[in-house]
Ligand binder design. Structure first.
Ligand code: FAD
Length: 380
């Protein structure tokens, strides 16, 4: 019998297979990955510097250890180039591999903005262990970094590097930290917390060009200001990897579209994690991924199961000003009610009937998370 084939050994692929083995110890499973297949926790990449962790120290298991622990075949260093749905095969260059059921757990790509200038070699992004190792090695002996983007990942890296003694500049065109996640008062608490660690902010402009300048680079912003640093870290967003699915004729929009059973428009092909758009929601975080892995494991083992998202808080790893938030579903009408006491902000997003749909908590107010979760409607 053809195996279940999983494309991707990130947290989505790995947790899916771990859950699946709780229901089915025998069915052959093959995990394919274009990276080196080492198992690591991606959230650790944005607080590894202050903890002085090398890429190797973040590895939890080698591909061989994963294969033995889960009774699966892991094939690192192979790129799936196409899906032949009619033949039920994945194409790996010259090779073809049969599948009984196929799972896309292929993650998201970093968005790379167009930049002018000859300093592109100094512009990095970090979306996997290899990126992390490359950046760590470039940072050796360097003192300053410009972070493009003040969203979750940009703020986490800014906090981590500042804590490790790096001079950090954050450039955020939307005018404040975490603009898509929290209201103004919470953004201000975060920028104040990071500012106290020495982080400088450039709110409003975007980075237009990066040119070589002495031993480092000079970034020119859209308002004409210049910032001289050793390196640039781009953290301007992720795009679900949908090309493979789209080329195979599967329904895609912002992500690979799946229903609540994580099933794509082809009933034998599933998707979860950062590549997936689940019932219209693209939520590239751990909690949705874990819920999806548990449900899909049951479906693949023969018991079709809907994923239930419940309330999905996002914890932002900025120890200079801890943040936890729930973003209201797109299109939800309502308004923010804000109570602020210095760095401690409690912001509640309610509709006209007073129903809570989202919140943003910073500092000591984070302790109210559990109580607020009880007042929130489940996403689905
Ligand atoms: P990935 O980990 O990207 O895995 C994708 C896999 O697919 C890889 O193995 C890749 O090699 C493989 N692949 C892709 N295309 C192909 C192909 N064609 N052929 C073969 N293999 C292929 N979330 C939180 O909830 N809390 C946090 O604190 C948090 N911190 C984060 C910090 C950082 C720096 C980042 C970048 C993300 C963070 N996230 C956090 C988000 C969270 O880490 C991701 O949602 C999650 O790791 C995504 O896992 P994934 O398996 O879907 O994707």
């Amino acid at each position: 019998m053809a195996p279940i084939v999983v494309i991707g050994t990130g947290l989505a692929g790995f947790n899916l297979v771990k859950e699946f083995r709780k229901h089915d110890a025998e069915t052959p499973v093959v995990m394919l990955t274009s990276d080196d297949g080492r198992n690591y926790s991606k959230p650790m990449l944005s607080n590894g510097l202050a903890r002085n962790k090398t890429a190797d120290e973040l590895v939890m298991a080698s591909p061989e250890q994963t294969a033995a622990a889960l009774n699966v075949t892991v094939r690192p260093g192979v790129s799936v180039t196409a899906i032949d749905r009619a033949a039920k095969q994945v194409v790996l260059g010259d090779e073809r591999l049969d599948y009984s059921q196929l799972v896309l757990a292929c993650g998201a790509d970093v968005f790379r903005p167009q930049l002018e200038g000859d300093g592109q070699d100094a512009v990095f992004s970090i979306n996997d262990l290899t990126d992390y190792a490359r950046f760590r090695s470039a940072l050796e002996g360097r003192k300053s970094v410009l972070v493009m983007g003040g969203g979750l990942i940009g703020c986490e890296f800014a906090n981590d590097m500042a804590q490790a003694g790096i001079q950090v500049h954050v450039v955020e065109p939307m005018g404040r930290c975490l603009p898509l996640l929290v209201p103004e008062a919470a953004s201000q608490a975060v920028s104040a917390g990071l500012g106290a660690l020495g982080v400088s902010f450039h709110f409003g402009p975007f980075v237009q060009r990066v040119d070589r300048h002495g031993e480092g680079v000079r970034a020119t912003l859209s308002d004409g200001a210049t910032v001289d640093v050793d390196l640039v870290l781009s953290a301007v967003g992720l795009r679900p990897r949908i090309a493979l699915a789209a080329e195979a004729g599967l329904a895609v929009d912002r992500g690979v579209q799946v229903d609540r059973q994580l099933r794509t428009s082809d009933p034998q092909i599933f998707a979860l994690g950062d590549c997936a758009e689940v019932d219209g929601h693209v939520l590239p975080y751990l909690l949705p991924l874990m819920a999806s892995a548990r449900a899909l494991a049951k479906t693949l083992a023969g018991t079709p199961t809907d994923v239930s998202y419940g309330v999905m808080p996002i914890t932002i790893k900025t120890p200079a000003c801890p943040v936890v938030c729930v973003v209201a579903p797109r299109g939800t009408a309502g308004h923010w009610q804000v109570e602020a006491d210095g760095h401690h902000v409690k912001a509640l997003f309610r509709d006209e009937q007073g129903q809570l749909h989202g919140y943003a908590l910073t500092g000591d107010a984070c302790s109210e998370k559990m109580a607020l979760n009880k007042d929130m409607p489940a996403l689905f």
